[in-house]
Design a protein around this ligand. Structure first.
Ligand SMILES: Nc1ncnc2c1ncn2[C@@H]1O[C@H](COP(=O)(O)OP(=O)(O)OP(=O)(O)O)[C@@H](O)[C@H]1O
Ligand SMILES: [Mg+2]
Length: 300
């Protein structure tokens, strides 16, 4: 049996009962997938009929970056970056200024073309696909520095995020969900986006990316310039977004907050991945604490 932490990191939850099974409704309400009984196993058909599937394998692979090289003119910024993101994960990319985090996200979202290497989304190569088509395929990015349209209202900014959506009913439901996640965006829907506070602009940038109904949400420094309390609120909301089924890749300089939220993380240094592990393991790693977490002991 895999260690419990590893199962959780792979999105698997195990329910063990030697004698009694929980009622199915309760199991499903708790989002549990694997059902294990030491004594009696229910017939597979019966499990399936009740909407339960037993998962022995890890979650499906969603995004694979392999040996990615990106150049700006003659200067190579990424020297062979490889990473993987599974369905439902929150994966953090950490590293100092200039490490190549934004460049990596831009290559994934189609804003930069790799010089070498491959990017696959659900096993399909996407590194030649234009950015707007990637949005329609389910890849949305909330860029660094927010990049909202300052002279448009909050409502208009959110509407633009749905440009690839054809079903107005689904878009209306998504908008309602975003208003539940960020009530301030509902209150200020007619306000010009440029007059929002920094935190509200960040919420708008995330909301606009969610309007595309992405399978995977790429976030570049969502905590930048925000007060600690607001960072906590936004990270809590990211967790809710992930719980709703959206896979998240999170680029952050606030390594501690990112590692508390993420399942796994990669650490970049000057265009390379130098470390990858489960987030909990990185938080407990003294070298990581000294280099990236200000030398503080893990766990406060
Ligand atoms: N448009 C550009 N033209 C030339 N060089 C660039 C360009 N954008 C980034 N670079 C260089 O590529 C390297 C990686 O930059 P990148 O923005 O990806 O880093 P980052 O990890 O996101 O840093 P930060 O934490 O400061 O946002 C840096 O050396 C940077 O100077
Ligand atoms: Mg950056």
């Amino acid at each position: 049996m895999l260690p419990f932490d590893e199962l959780r990191a792979n999105g698997l939850f195990m329910l063990w009962s030697a004698r009694a099974m929980l009622p199915f409704d309760e199991i499903r309400a708790n989002g549990l997938f694997m059902l294990w009984s030491a004594r009696a196993m229910l017939p597979f058909d019966e499990l399936r009929a009740n909407g339960l599937f037993m998962l022995w394998s890890a979650r499906a692979m969603l995004l694979e970056v392999e040996n990615l090289h990106v150049r700006y003119g003659n200067v190579e910024a990424l020297h062979g970056v490889s990473l993987q993101v599974r369905q439902g994960e929150i994966v953090a990319i950490l590293g100092a200024n200039g490490a190549g985090k934004t460049t990596t996200l831009h290559a994934i979202s189609g804003l930069l073309r790799p010089a070498r290497g491959e990017i696959r989304f659900e096993s399909r190569p996407i590194h030649q696909v234009p950015a707007h088509r990637l949005v329609a395929m389910g890849i949305a990015q909330a860029p660094e520095g927010r990049r909202i349209f300052a002279t448009l209202t909050v409502r208009e900014n959110l509407h633009l995020g749905a440009f690839a959506q054809r079903d107005p009913l689904r878009s209306a439901r998504t908008l309602q969900w975003i208003h539940e996640l960020f009530p301030v965006l509902a209150q200020r829907r007619e306000q010009l986006a440029g007059t929002l506070s920094g935190g509200e602009q960040q919420m708008l940038a995330i909301g606009r990316a969610l309007m595309a109904q992405p399978r995977i949400l790429l976030l570049d420094e969502p905590s930048l310039g925000l007060a600690p309390l607001l960072v906590k609120t936004i990270f809590q909301t990211l967790w809710e977004i992930n719980e709703a089924g959206v896979t998240i890749v999170l680029v952050e300089q606030n390594a501690r907050a990112a590692l508390k939220l993420a399942h796994r993380a990669y650490v970049m240094e000057v265009g390379r991945i130098v470390l990858e592990d489960r987030a909990a393991a990185l938080l407990a790693n003294p070298d990581v604490c000294n280099a990236y977490l200000g030398g503080q002991p893990a766990g406060e």
